[in-house]
Design a binder for this molecule. Structure first.
Ligand code: RB5
Length: 153
């Protein structure tokens, strides 16, 4: 079973806790990071980095990160080596992010999606395989080449 690293800032705290409980119930191993409550502010920058590094450094297979909109924390994750973070607002985006982009981190906006939809997006993201070996593999390889060209770890 996969290990999933979940993290959030304070705005994403309640949804992150629901996601963590949901994943544990399904049998996943969960590394949980980020805000300790919905009222004590924690930057989405430090929160996102913790989950992204878990994936980048091999401590987790996938990451799920949450902030108010999902935007800030997705930007942060996409600056970490090897991370392809997809901000999704529905199941179709989650499935495509896996099939076409081999996304390894899912970002959600707690102020954008309700709990039911969010958990459904999570399930879609974790269930969908990458269409490896074809044109999508070529694109993902291109992303890695560009990353190696322009960024350092
Ligand atoms: C926090 O108020 C909010 O700015 C943050 O959660 C996120 O939406 C930023 O992108």
């Amino acid at each position: 079973m996969l290990t999933i690293s979940v993290s959030s800032d304070h705005a994403g705290y309640e949804l992150r806790r629901k996601i963590a409980d949901h994943l544990i119930e399904l049998g996943y191993t969960v590394n949980e990071h980020g805000a300790v409550s919905a009222t004590e502010a924690q930057s989405y920058v430090s929160a996102g980095k913790e989950a992204a590094l878990d994936v980048s450094e091999g401590r987790a297979d996938r990451g799920i990160v949450v902030c108010g909109t999902g935007i800030g924390i997705s930007i942060v994750c996409n600056k970490v080596h090897g991370i392809r973070c997809a901000l999704c607002t529905d199941e179709y985006m989650a499935r495509m992010s896996r099939q076409h982009n081999d996304a390894n981190v899912l970002a959600l906006g707690a102020r954008v999606v309700g709990y039911g939809l969010a958990l459904s997006i999570v399930d879609s993201f974790l269930a969908e395989p990458f269409e490896s070996g074809g044109r999508h593999q070529v694109r993902v390889n291109e992303i890695a080449e560009q990353e190696n060209e322009y960024f350092r770890k």
